[in-house]
Design a protein around this ligand. Sequence first.
Ligand code: GDP
Ligand code: MG
Length: 711
Amino acid sequence: MKSTQIRSEGDRGAHRYIALVGNPNSGKTTVFNALTGLRQKVGNYPGVTVEKKEGRVLFENGSEATLLDLPGTYSLTATSPDEQIATDVLLGRAPQTPHPELVVCVVDASNLERGLNLVSQIIDRQFPLVVALNMIDVATQQGISINVPVLERELGVPVVPMVARKEQGVTELKEAVRATRVATGKARAWRLPGPVQRECEELAGLLHDHHRLVGSEAFHEAMALLTADSALIEKNDRYAPELLKHVQRDHQKLDFLGIDRSAVFFVSRSEWIKSVCAQAVTSTFRPGMSLSDRIDRIVTHRFWGILIFLGIMGVLFQAIFSWAAVPMEWINEGFDWLGGVVTDAVPPGDLQDLLVRGALAGVAAVVVFLPQILFLFLFLGFLEDSGYMARAAFIMDRLMGKVGLHGKSFIPLLSSFACAIPGIMATRTIDNPKDRLATMLVAPLMSCSARLPVYALLIAAFIPAGTVVGVFSFAGITLLSMYLLGLLAALGMAWLFKSTFLRGTPPSFLMELPPYKLPSLKSVFYQVWERATSFLKRAGTIILGASILLWFLASYPKLENATPSEQLNHSFAGRAGHLIEPIIKPLGFDWKIGIGLVSSMLQREVFVSTMGTIYNIQNASAEEDETISLRAHMTQDRDPVTGLPTFTLLTALCVMVYYVLAMQCLSTVAVMRRETNGWRWPIFQIGYMTVLAYVVTFAVYRAGLWLGVGG
Ligand code: GDP
Ligand code: MG
């Protein structure tokens, strides 16, 4: 074992486990990043707070603690799976997660009452607690000022005012976290109406006598039993029958007194919170419309809003092409150089071939799209952080309602632009199981970042240069169209599902629009960083492995004295491609595209690396010439028999449409299986998406031939 330095300052060097909780959008993730820096470990899937995310906090005195970022929650009485996780961890019921010794609760200072509701519940559980009073800047802007010492006095816990986005108050928060060891909060400072209070205490006593429950736990069980539906009490088999009899009598008594049992606890707590706020908060209300409101009148307008949305997206997709061109060139040159180095170092033969034409060609074909992915996330990050994404969600909410989906579904769908996996996991915030399933089923239709390399390769090679109305390039418009096609398909299928086997009443949903703000470079950077590393990780593992495998399949069995092209034809991969060619012929795809379709069932980008490897092997004799790009290989490729080009503008469009709609992603299948607890829905999803992709691609191909786009 390595020797570890333990500084003792009465700490005994104990490594503490701390949980970070807070309402959604209170700035929890920002506080988490400020406390832990890059010392983070994200569960399987980066980019979301739904899964387990841990980081290390270093204190001034050299000691450390582990900080766990929990999903955003409004209360400890879980109603959605997301809140369930937070509650379970806090109560020490989550498997493989230590019981936290301290809770840091992030509260949005501009939304104090709502935050204190959660704080009060944590205090009642008698946890050691520190309140991070975040977004002080926003509160100040809205004319809200909070008297921190008064708040601390009323709650009994340390309160640290902060502006996490500007790293203000981070040192103070760390100090408070380090110094807080025991629960100091005023548990159950709120008052229940007399009769309820009496019954609650009596019941807590009985729970102690019969079931050894103590303190806050006994009180919370008593609360739960008194609030519960009377019918549920009859079915309860956890508690002694005489105790349950008592509960039933209590129900009758309280119902007779006209007390709303289901609301009384919430109302009592809220009244106490209101009185705390009345003492600690002074608000200078400024009447009139704020600038934010005035902007929103236009940005969320029924007509202009959608136009603005499309305009912003148009600029975004165009910029992805123009700005990324230069760094992409660098990456290309880098790989060319590396290829040269390997060629010089390794003697010609199978090994050199494997390294250069298999591994390097495949990985290079995918990694070259890193700059475009970075730009996509940079843009999305800025849009999100400035508050615009919430407006986009607001505009889309109307559309969602039309197809029978909950407004909450838009956020998972939006996340699916990055990757369907966090998108599908984000559906956990949707309470209604039918809405949730409908959203999960259509999430993979949104164009994820793995499709970007496929689109980008084909657009760069086959979409002519030129602009519409002098501003928007054909390339940008084609890319935008692919994203819109995915969105429309998702909405259309959701509508179909919701009006057939997932029929139900669409719930109403009120969306909050946070005020606009200047985006924070730092939080945008974190997102881009997470994406870039996970993209490169996949290129270094799955893509590398697939490329090597494909090289083997495309190089063997060997044919004596054959041209590279005949050799490819003869190989395992070539035979497989020819085998499925009849099935994909109606879509205008030849056997080489067939190899790409099959190999990319693993993951969509593999299509690009497959093309990279295949064309590199096929054009092995062109070695002497200067290296030709994959793009050029594809445009110049001709059928040896007919002399017709393998790829035309129409073929390229058809391949893109196919990739918009088909389910080419094993990880998504795995996540669907996990989230729906079985194979039924993932299999249904693969089925309907494949049929949809095939039918639509076929229609596009036919229409294209008819219009004479085939060329
Ligand atoms: P979470 O949903 O609780 O994890 O919230 P995030 O950390 O994602 O923050 C939501 C938004 O609030 C982001 O755009 C942050 O940049 C922003 N934010 C976080 N802390 C502050 C703050 O102290 N002041 C301001 N003005 N914005 C903040
Ligand atoms: Mg978060």
